[in-house]
Design a protein around this ligand. Structure first.
Ligand SMILES: [Ca+2]
Ligand SMILES: [Ca+2]
Length: 344
């Protein structure tokens, strides 16, 4: 299914393999479907060379993907990798980096990065294939991410700080685009626009009820800034920690009120949600009207939301990769929350 979605958004082909450009990738994050008016563009070797030079010179920042635009190539494996990392908290970056850093020397080289395919488990490289690979296959980058991380000749090493920066920037870039999409290009978003965004990727079954809550309970004309929106995105990416925090400060399985909710968010993310945002969330998702949110009313719904573009059947490779990452994260969380190290 994800392969299908990748192919649907990918606009270029090289060596009979479809690739997304960075613009395609962003579109796949924003849009439910793509309206394809043209055939995929077939690239020549010379054109690819040119694109890789663009990538190796690209500047870090939350404009990276937009800056490179259509002058880049993202492979299917990289697409899956980016998708899984995009909705993860920092702890997830750390673990993903460790998984790439096979020899554990705190840096990732191009060969290690190429093992992505193996980690994600899409394609087993046979021994024969590995031995027959030409030197060019081994050394020269052939995608934009490779050229960006490892340089035009694949000679550079990727440090954790750079990797982390890249992921933060990409998260920021996608958030900025989503904000602009729902604020219709304005500097603030109305609470009903924020609600639209919240419901965009949630399970559609209950959307009518949510919209009804929105109409009945939320006053018009109050706005949410990009800063408030970003804090909420951070919170969504830390949903696992939030769930743990909720269990710590409230009786298990009991619905929680706004004050407890607020406190759990602060524990999980280190940041606070604004009243505007909190109030919107409570008013929309509180289906039984007790002014509290139960696990089912909120966390279960948001877990759906987190899967965003991935809202299709999980594929073994990625879920396997992410299971490893999750295991590591839970271990980390348990350590952090164990009585000996608890700050409470
Ligand atoms: Ca290494
Ligand atoms: Ca409720």
């Amino acid at each position: 299914m994800r392969r299908l979605r990748f192919n649907q958004f990918a606009t270029v082909v090289y060596d009979q393999e479809p690739f997304m450009t960075p613009r395609d990738f962003l579109y796949s994050m924003m849009l439910e479907n793509v309206d394809r008016k043209r055939n995929k563009r077939v690239l020549t070797k010379a054109e690819v060379e040119k694109l890789l030079t663009v990538a190796s010179r690209a500047k870090a920042g939350s404009n990276l993907f937009r800056g490179v635009g259509d002058n880049g190539l993202i492979s299917y494996t990289e697409y899956l990798f980016l998708l899984t990392i995009l909705t993860k908290p920092h702890t997830g970056f750390r673990i993903a980096f460790k998984m790439l850093d096979i020899d554990g020397n705190e840096q990732v080289d191009k060969k290690e990065f190429e093992k992505l395919k193996k980690i994600i488990g899409l394609r087993k490289v046979s021994k024969e294939e590995a031995e027959n690979a030409t030197p060019e296959d081994q050394d020269a980058p052939n995608t934009t991410l490779q050229a960006y991380f490892f340089g035009r000749r694949g000679q550079n090493k990727l440090q954790y700080t750079e990797f982390c920066r890249f992921m933060e920037d990409l998260q920021a870039e996608v958030q900025e685009m989503e904000f602009l999409q729902f604020s219709k290009g304005m500097g603030t978003m109305r609470r009903e626009d924020f609600a639209d965004w919240l419901l965009y990727y949630t399970n559609e079954e209950d959307n009518e009820l949510y919209l009804e809550n929105l109409r009945k309970r939320i006053p018009t004309g109050e706005s949410i800034t990009f800063e408030e929106f970003k804090a909420f995105c951070l919170f969504i990416n830390n949903m696992e920690d939030f769930a743990i925090s909720v269990k710590m400060i409230a009786d298990a399985n009991r619905p929680i009120g706004m004050a407890q909710f607020k406190r759990a968010v602060k524990i999980a993310t280190g940041q606070e949600l604004s009243e505007n945002v909190l109030d919107t969330v409570f008013k929309i998702f509180d289906l039984d009207g007790d002014n509290c949110l139960s696990h089912k009313e909120f966390i279960a719904v948001m877990k759906d939301r987190m899967l965003r573009g991935l809202r299709v059947q999980s594929q073994q490779g990625v879920s396997g990769f992410w299971k490893c990452v999750k295991r590591e994260m839970l271990k980390g969380a348990q350590e952090a929350l164990s009585p000996s190290s608890s700050p409470f």
